[in-house]
Ligand binder design. Structure first.
Ligand SMILES: [Mn+2]
Length: 433
């Protein structure tokens, strides 16, 4: 069982979702085990929506919310399987521990569906992830609605539950914030250990090993996403994943990696010199990116939209590129023509939580969604130079995780050396508490 599973919290989340469409039947499928190679599997990771609504972390489960009741379909106890795969909750314990109204054996799901749908006027489920599952479900729904008599609704409409669920998930409750804080804290520790220990002659992979070791020591057993340990020119590849090159004096080292605690992840990037000091061109770019990171942090508060934050980062980084002598011309014109995109090709951030690119709506039919207290998002401006010139091969991103509070914001990843002077001090053996 996940340590922080609190049945009351999950029940409340399910209730709020049901309230958004009281006559609907919500169906959520948990994740399956995925084969890695011959009779071995990838480590199991529960589906994020499923985890949010249940806290249940066994494979092959299904959740149904209908008529004010919750039904959890789980694998039955089976000693011959449990010898290999570990203990299962089974029906009776799962009902008590996860606070659902009823549990059923998962193989009975399709035969129960007709009964569950008796009074539902629509189905809310996510199609499009798994074609086999979609086929089975649609076949069962077809069978169910076919037998409807007069006065019923005929074939049931199927809608996505994601608009309502995304909105719920985007505002974090106290349990979620506790887990995100833990993930952020361990991640900051691991980044600061790597910042102290990395030397030229090590490889990107050696740094990754240090990072993972430190994460584990600080209570974080998993990485929240594919880590990026990119030195030198590799840092200009946004999703560099080889992570195996030799670290060389004079290069920068961009590390985008973070730990996950009970499904909740941090997302942090630092960039520092492999040598003790930045080279002049590197520190010029670094200070520009850090300046933008800080201005964006200062803007984050309830009522601001993601679009405003991103536009501001574009405006500021365009000014940076002008002051670095990379671009020439009128700043407004350069923003309009997108001249910055070659050097700043990504967005300024994203929601963060159970998924590194978390559920949450940015804008819909031209309408911007505004930040609310309890939302968590990343702030990650960057500049990347892939073409010959004075900044060739420099890739810098500075990323923090920010909680929107009632009054403004709180940087959850605070505590790392971030200025040029602070970083050079630590790289030269200085103490950082
Ligand atoms: Mn990010």
């Amino acid at each position: 069982m996940l340590k922080s599973t609190v049945p009351g919290v999950h029940r409340e989340r399910r209730q709020r979702l049901s309230d958004s469409a009281p006559d609907a039947c919500f169906i959520f499928f948990g994740a399956k085990e995925v084969v890695r190679s011959n009779s071995t599997h990838y480590p199991f990771r529960q589906d994020s929506d499923f985890l949010y609504l249940t806290g249940f972390d066994e494979p092959e489960a299904i959740l149904v919310l209908v008529g004010g009741k919750s039904h959890l379909f789980v694998q039955e106890r089976d000693e011959s399987r449990e010898i290999w795969d570990g203990e299962r909750y089974g029906l009776d314990r799962a009902r008590v521990v996860f606070g659902v109204d009823e549990t059923h054996a998962v193989h009975e799901f399709y035969s129960c569906l007709d009964t569950l749908l008796t009074d539902a006027t629509s189905v809310r489920t996510t199609l499009g992830w798994d074609a086999d599952r979609d086929r089975s479900l649609l076949k069962a729904l077809h069978g169910a609605s076919r037998f409807r008599g007069k006065g019923r609704f005929g074939h049931l409409p199927v809608h996505s539950p994601l608009p309502e669920l995304s909105e719920l998930r985007s505002v974090k409750d106290e349990v979620e914030l506790g887990l995100i804080r833990k993930a952020c804290k361990a991640t900051v520790k691991a980044h600061s250990d790597v910042l102290r220990k990395v030397r030229s002659g090590m490889t990107e992979f050696d740094a990754f090993i240090e990072f993972q070791y430190s994460l584990l020591r600080h209570g974080c057993g998993e990485l929240g996403y594919g880590p990026i340990f990119a030195s030198g020119f590799n840092a200009t590849t946004l999703h560099y994943t080889r992570n195996n090159e030799l670290l060389k004096e004079g290069d920068l080292f961009l590390i985008d990696a973070a730990g996950e605690v009970e499904g909740y992840t941090a997302d942090l990037t630092q960039t520092f010199p492999v040598s003790r000091q930045f080279q002049p061109a590197q520190s010029r770019v670094y200070e520009q990116v850090l300046g933008v990171n800080r201005e964006i942090t200062a803007m984050i508060k309830p009522g601001v939209s993601y679009r405003e934050l991103h536009s501001k980062s574009v405006e500021l980084l365009t000014e940076s590129l002008l002051s670095l002598g990379v671009l020439e011309g009128d700043p407004k014109e350069l923003v309009l023509t997108g001249a910055y995109r070659k050097y700043y090709p990504h967005g300024v951030g994203h929601y963060l939580g159970l998924d590194v690119h978390d559920a949450g709506i940015y804008h819909e039919r031209g309408r911007d969604f505004l930040l609310k207290p309890g939302m968590v998002l990343t702030n990650e401006p960057g500049l990347y130079f892939r073409e010959p010139g004075p900044y060739f091969g420099i890739g810098i991103r500075i990323e923090d995780d920010i909680l929107v509070t009632g009054m403004g914001s709180e940087v959850l990843t605070a505590g790392l050396p971030r200025t040029v002077a602070e970083i050079e001090n630590v790289r030269s053996g200085g103490v950082w508490s």
